[in-house]
Design a protein around this ligand. Structure first.
Ligand SMILES: *[C@@H]1O[C@H](CO)[C@@H](O)[C@H](O)[C@H]1NC(C)=O
Ligand SMILES: *[C@@H]1O[C@H](CO)[C@@H](O)[C@H](O)[C@H]1NC(C)=O
Ligand SMILES: *[C@@H]1O[C@H](CO)[C@@H](O)[C@H](O)[C@H]1NC(C)=O
Ligand SMILES: *[C@@H]1O[C@H](CO)[C@@H](O)[C@H](O)[C@H]1NC(C)=O
Ligand SMILES: *[C@@H]1O[C@H](CO)[C@@H](O)[C@H](O)[C@H]1NC(C)=O
Ligand SMILES: *[C@@H]1O[C@H](CO)[C@@H](O)[C@H](O)[C@H]1NC(C)=O
Length: 507
């Protein structure tokens, strides 16, 4: 890992820098991933290269492209042809997840301060107008959180890794608390320090805490000796605590909580009283016997695909790599059958990867089950989103950066109708070559505009089909200093108009 690059990264945006290895050579200008720019908007967004080899499921792509070199991060929605649909403001983001709340599609999104692979912040819930309608917080003071950033104060101590809703109006999140632990079983000091991993269930509207679970308080069931991350000199003091257990996914099934620990290569299923119903360890098996091809480690986004009292089927993004292992093992989407009774056997159900462009993802990533047996997989530190069909065949590859220079924690495909509360944005410039006026129009966040109508006074000068984030419309018979208005045609925003713009202004 290049300390020199890390030290140049703005700390707030170096979200996962602790998990990355970026060589100094990669940060030169010619290696910067190209950005798409526009005339009618100051937005700049990574170019997304989409290759399709088959039919994909409907829906937009939701993720948080973070440019580690330039220090920019955004929540974003793209269409399948690689066009930007929406970009939010530049800040430090994670755990973006489109979901349903009170029957309405919303976006849950972590924002705050992050570094060393975890963070302290809150979850914003945005409605389809991209306005914050709820802010989920977890008081650092009331919960007595201890952070590594001693000089800083945080209002809310929600970690970067999870933003999963339940169907009873609550949200599941993770949190990190610095605390003391005996590290002698992993070769560290007896009075060592760890990043305790906690999970919380919080009421979205009232911020009331309904459930809290600390890994450190269950050391007997989740022992330090089963951690696969080396100490590497950490754990000796409060500002460099050992990464145990690094929790990165939580889901609630019935009254029980499914939890993923990256550094323990483990999946826990926790009862409401806090005891472990069972523990699946990706290297040793834990309570189970690992069958052929079922080994996993450093995984993300563990979920059940199905659950009965006898058997669960688990899916995950199996990184199998970290910064300390290097990019050596193939990263795959993994689906496992786990017999909860009797044989306690773990059987491989499916394993998917892109044979033409294999990925060795050192951090982050997600695995989303779509309709018709399709799967969307995001590769985190390898900035690539893939879709697979019901036969495990790759049908889409979407790259938005070079490895380890651009990243997104997770990515989702989701249906969406955007209803921006802003107006369409327009710039009109005289074109010396054609003698026409080039009208550029965009509307950040709008999804279903079909065409744009250009007015001069009450006269329609031209109607043009919308073409991606920004449409260019060449109009005859306008002269410099003329004024125009552009109107959206079709969809939920039908008839919305831009402000009046003067030709030549802002060109
Ligand atoms: C995007 O894909 C196109 C077509 O395959 C290729 O020519 C181009 O180099 C790619 N862009 C980047 C930045 O890799
Ligand atoms: C985004 O914010 C970061 C941190 O404040 C800053 O360094 C960067 O220049 C910003 N990027 C843009 C495009 O404004
Ligand atoms: C989104 O929330 C804002 C602020 O509460 C509200 O004005 C707007 O109407 C909402 N949009 C939708 C589509 O509900
Ligand atoms: C964090 O750890 C400290 C001890 O280091 C403890 O006093 C505090 O209660 C813990 N907070 C949480 C949220 O577990
Ligand atoms: C904490 O330990 C790290 C080594 O892991 C060391 O670099 C750092 O200086 C120590 N900080 C303090 C305040 O002792
Ligand atoms: C906690 O709940 C589990 C599962 O219902 C049960 O088996 C266990 O006995 C309970 N433990 C305690 C300490 O109550």
């Amino acid at each position: 890992m290049s300390r020199s690059l890390m030290s140049r990264l703005p700390q707030a945006l170096a979200l996962f820098a602790g998990c990355l290895s970026v060589s100094a050579a990669q940060s030169s200008a010619e290696d910067l991933w190209p950005l798409q720019t526009y005339k009618s908007s100051s937005i700049q967004t990574p170019v997304m290269n989409v290759t399709k080899m088959g039919q994909t499921e409907p829906g937009y792509l939701f993720f948080t492209p973070e440019d580690i070199i330039r220090g920019d991060g955004y929540p974003a929605i793209y269409s399948d042809d690689g066009q930007l649909v929406w970009q939010g403001p530049n800040a430090s983001y994670s755990a973006l997840q489109p979901q349903m709340l009170d029957g309405e599609p919303v976006i849950a999104l972590w924002t705050g301060y992050a570094g060393q692979g975890f963070g302290f912040g809150h979850i914003s819930i945005l409605n389809s107008s991209y306005d914050e309608i709820h802010r989920v917080t977890l008081s650092c003071k009331e919960q007595n959180f201890v952070t590594v950033f001693e000089s800083m104060e945080f209002d809310s101590c929600i970690d970067i890794h999870e933003s999963q809703f339940t169907d009873s109006g609550t949200i599941l999140v993770t949190a990190v608390n610095v605390t003391q632990a005996d590290l002698s079983s992993v070769g560290g000091p007896k009075d060592g320090w760890i990043q305790d991993g906690l999970i919380y269930e919080i009421d979205i509207k009232t911020n009331e805490i309904l459930f809290r679970w600390s890994t450190h308080e269950h050391l007997d069931e989740a022992p330090l000796s089963e951690v696969y991350a080396p100490l590497e000199g950490s754990g000796g003091n409060k500002t460099d605590p050992y990464g145990y257990p690094h929790l990165n996914a939580v889901y609630k099934y019935g009254d029980d909580y499914l939890v993923s620990s990256r550094y323990m290569c483990s999946v826990f299923f926790i009862a409401p009283n806090g005891t472990l119903n069972w523990h699946l360890h990706g290297r040793t098996g834990g309570d189970f016997h690992l069958g052929l091809g079922t080994s996993f480690c450093y995984q993300h986004d563990v979920r059940f695909e199905s659950q009965t009292p006898e058997r669960v089927t688990l899916s995950m993004h199996n990184n199998d790599n970290t910064d300390f292992t290097g990019a050596t093992a193939l990263t795959t989407g993994l689906v496992l059958d786990v017999e909860l009774q009797g044989s306690k056997q773990v059987t491989l159900k499916s394993r998917m990867w892109d044979a033409d462009e294999p990925v060795y993802a050192q951090s982050q990533g997600s695995y989303q089950v779509l309709g018709n047996g399709h799967v969307l997989q995001d590769h985190g530190a390898t900035p690539k989103i893939e879709e697979y069909d019901e036969n495990g065949r790759i049908v889409m590859r979407a790259r938005f950066g070079y490895d380890n220079t651009m990243q997104t924690y997770r990515a989702y495909r989701y249906p969406w109708v955007g209803r921006p509360s802003t107006k369409p944005s327009v710039v009109a410039c005289p074109s010396s070559k054609s003698g026409k006026t080039a009208v550029y129009v965009s509307w950040n966040g709008a999804t279903d505009v079909q065409s744009w109508k250009v007015y001069s006074g009450s006269q329609v000068k031209k109607t043009a089909t919308r073409n991606g984030f920004e449409t260019t419309i060449l109009v005859d018979g306008l002269s410099s200093k003329d004024q125009i208005v552009v109107e959206a045609v079709g969809g939920v925003n039908d008839g919305e108009r831009s402000a009046t713009v003067t030709i030549g202004q802002g060109c």
